[in-house]
Design a protein around this ligand. Structure first.
Ligand code: 1CP
Length: 343
């Protein structure tokens, strides 16, 4: 299948392009009324994610509504722990919860390395169906959580500001931590390779909780596992987004990935110096989308001026917030396209 719009892929591969590609983290779901209607029909997030026809439908909604340069498959990073034997529940207005957790080597006997085709076949079906329905309009991004972020949820059992249960284990039982991280890494590599076989054109790793670690802990408990994944995925470009890990930008830049994602705490010029040979992605504060249309355009212009118009993918610095006005999201996308087009 030939892509009609392969701007994101050309940019990710390091080519010079006619304008800056743009998409938004968490663009599927959340802000669109069309999404909420499908979500209602499904009854629950998990049913929606496990019904390929519905997952494909909501994956494509932001491509229609915002005309972004990529779709990202509708799923969640927590499907990997479930596939390893640790199911999650999605509690309304609270988020994900794991009724059981793993906190010691003895608990590991409940887990297995996920088999992507059998344990995550519904995501692969959703990818195949989405690719068919997209019919080459834009590339499809596959994704997974980085092993440390998945470790956080599997040990803590729910979201947390500090993830102190998860972090405590790094100090009290590093052997257990590394064993679990290895199992997550093996599961994730198999899962991402299956996503690519099913049709994913680019892969993004979300290390959403990178910022809670010290630089040394990050080097010990997160980076080596991300490196294993980057080394294993050779088929398509890989983006590493480590939220809050400003201190690790140089080391992330040394990985065999093509794109480095940045949050809004990370200065564009400083990031270019620290990560000289990669494509950068980011990093508008999602709260900018609460400003008026004129101010959004001004902020986008500043961001484009700071990153430059090449080797750059415009995005938010983290997921779009659920109460964002879709017209403001559209304004962000339009502003990137207009202001970055070569004259
Ligand atoms: O664009 C998209 O929205 C595509 C699908 C997508 C993605 C890429 C979802 C659907 N989740 C994710 C990634 C994800 N999930 C991350 C990494 C990105 C990030 O940092 O935001 C993380 C940390 C999660 C875990 C998760 N799932 C949370 C956060 C919990 C916490 O620690 O506070 C929550 C609230 C969810 C639920 C969820 N995932 C996705 C949706 C649409 C929802 C809402 C559930 C619902 O509709 O009931």
């Amino acid at each position: 299948m030939i892509l009609q719009n392969d701007l994101l892929l050309r940019t990710a591969r390091g080519e010079l392009t006619e304008r800056v590609p743009v998409w938004m983290m968490r663009q599927a779901g959340r802000v669109l009324a069309q999404y909420r209607a499908v979500r209602e029909r499904a009854g629950s997030f998990i049913t929606l994610a496990k019904t390929p026809e519905l997952a494909a439908e909501v994956t494509i909604q932001p491509v229609d509504a915002f005309e972004v340069d990529a779709a990202i498959i509708f799923s969640d990073i927590l499907v990997v722990p479930e596939a390893m034997g640790l199911p999650y529940e999605m509690i309304e207005a609270r988020g994900p919860v794991f009724p059981q957790t793993v906190r010691s080597s003895a608990d590991l006997s409940r887990l297995h390395v996920a088999d992507a085709e059998t344990d995550l076949g519904y995501v692969l079906d959703a990818i195949r169906l989405t690719k068919r329905e997209l019919n080459g309009r834009v590339p499809l991004i596959g994704f997974a959580g980085a092993p440390f972020t998945i470790f956080c949820y599997m040990t803590e059992g729910k979201g947390s500001k500090t993830f102190s249960v998860a972090k405590k284990l790094l100090y009290t039982d590093p052997h257990f931590a590394h064993t679990l991280l290895r199992q997550i890494t093996d599961s994730t590599i198999a899962y991402l390779k299956a996503q690519i076989r099913a049709g994913a054109d680019l892969i993004q790793l979300f290390d959403s909780w990178a910022g809670i670690l010290s630089p040394e802990q990050y080097r010990t408990f997160s980076l080596p596992y991300i490196k294993q994944i980057c080394d294993a995925i050779t088929e398509v470009p890989v983006t590493v987004f480590a939220k809050g890990a400003f201190f690790a930008r140089h080391e992330i830049g040394q990985l065999d990935c093509q794109v480095v994602g940045l949050d809004w705490n990370m200065d564009p010029a400083e990031s270019r110096t620290l990560v000289p040979n990669k494509v950068l992605q980011g990093n508008l504060d999602p709260c900018v989308l609460y400003a008026d249309f004129a101010q959004i355009r001004t902020e986008v212009k500043q961001m484009l001026d700071a990153f430059g118009h090449q080797h750059y993918i415009a995005n938010l610095g983290h997921g779009i917030y659920p109460d964002t006005d879709p017209d403001k999201a559209r304004c962000f996308v339009d502003a990137v396209k207009e202001l970055s087009a070569q004259r």
